[in-house]
Design a protein around this ligand. Structure first.
Ligand code: NAD
Ligand code: MG
Length: 360
């Protein structure tokens, strides 16, 4: 079992990573000083429930008072209704300020259960037990939220967990499209910060089927280390947290235009990264042709061109509506070199010309 230390301004906490480590959960809870008899509320979704919940519950039942609450699977569960239902469950089970929430699932469960923990009785403790590859991104950083019909992640908090217990054995049941979605963020982390990791990915991960065992664990570890270091740097308010947005300017526009659920976040970000690389070549007057990014992305099954059904003007409008934009311009994270990004301001005409050229 690998142990990393996640440091934030307010708190530091351990992240345990390995295959089969869920069996050490009772031990981990003891090491974190949760006394016998502590009330635990496991929040999970309907996909994970039949696969793992009984086993997880049984593992903890000797030492703790265990309750469970199951939410529907998918992004729709990050809603006020599901949030309220979690709070009702916590109240009915009599959770108090000494109780613990276990967020067992992907980014949806993590964000929702984390926000429940952040606000129940003004904040109680929680532990992240991620089950997706994308969760290497969501389980670190302490951002927890639900969606509002007017915007994604609009209601939330910063609330750091007591620990993250990342057992990669859970990822064996993850559908391929979800594995690919999470892998896009792994590639993003490599491209923005770590040339050597990027080179390792190119050498070691030929297809998604290579994402098992030690290779998968290494991807998660590197992804987490990079994300955590960016988040830590930004406590000095250098603005580098925006670098995590690489590929997300077009990515968010694609998700929003196609409708959430029609494309995975990772597929949208992968295509967004290809566009950002294309824009980088123009802005920095350099070529990344040697890297053959499109061909590389295609081997994993990522989309490499904008669906013909989409109107470019609408995508542009969405990109300009991005939170980071100033009037008449778009701020985009561009690739200066492998492992190095910067934020550039593009005016409307430049962006529009680049998008048209990219879409051809
Ligand atoms: P998810 O939690 O919806 O999981 C994807 C799908 O896989 C779901 O249908 C789920 O039921 C299923 N699943 C999960 N684990 C499984 C397993 N082990 N076996 C089989 N099926 C499994 O989504 P996600 O991709 O993990 O996360 C996306 C969410 O994360 C978004 O809501 C996004 O906003 C959020 N996010 C948050 C942060 C943050 O900093 N808080 C960062 C990135 C993303
Ligand atoms: Mg993302």
């Amino acid at each position: 079992m690998k142990q990393l230390l996640i440091e934030t301004k307010t708190k530091q906490y351990p992240l345990f990573l390995g295959e089969g480590i869920i069996h050490s959960l009772p031990e981990i809870l003891r090491s974190l000083s949760f006394p016998r008899g502590t009330k635990l509320l496991i929040i999970t979704d309907q996909t994970l429930e039949p696969l793992y919940l009984a086993e997880l519950r049984a593992m903890l039942a000797d030492d703790y008072e265990v309750y469970t609450h199951v939410i529907p699977s998918g992004e729709g569960a990050k809603s006020f209704e599901q949030y309220y239902a979690c709070q009702t469950a916590a109240l009915e089970y009599g959770l108090d300020r000494h109780s613990l929430i276990l967020a067992f699932g992907g980014g949806v469960v993590g964000d929702l259960a984390g926000f429940v923990a952040a606000t129940y009785m003004r904040g109680i403790r929680y532990i992240q037990i991620p089950t997706t590859l994308l969760a290497h991104d969501s389980a670190v950083g302490g951002k927890v939220a639900i969606n509002h019909p007017l915007g994604k992640n609009m209601i939330g908090a910063f609330h750091q967990p007591e620990a993250v217990v990342y057992d990669i054995a859970f990822l064996r049941s993850l559908p391929e499209k979800e594995l690919r979605s999470g892998f896009a963020e792994v590639i993003k982390h490599a491209l923005i910060r770590d040339r050597r990791f990027y080179e390792w990915l190119r050498q070691e991960i030929h297809t998604l089927a290579d994402l098992t065992g030690e290779r998968l664990q290494y991807c998660i570890q590197k992804g987490i280390e990079i994300k955590a270091s960016v988040v830590r740097e930004d406590e000095k308010e250098t603005g580098v947290r925006a670098h995590l947005n690489f590929g997300h300017t077009l990515g968010h526009a694609l998700e929003s235009e196609l409708g959430y659920g029609a494309i995975t976040h990772g597929d949208a970000v992968a295509l967004g990264m290809l566009f950002a690389i294309f824009a980088s070549e123009s802005v920095y007057k350099r070529s990344f042709a040697d890297h053959q990014f499109s061909a590389w992305f295609r081997t994993y099954g990522f989309p490499v061109s904008i669906p013909a059904s989409l109107k470019l003007e609408r995508l542009l409008k969405k990109m300009k509506g991005d939170k980071k934009a100033k009037a008449g311009t778009v701020r985009m994270v561009l690739l200066k070199d492998i492992g190095e990004v910067d934020i550039e301001t593009l005016d409307d005409d430049t962006l529009s010309a680049l998008l048209c050229e990219f879409a051809q």
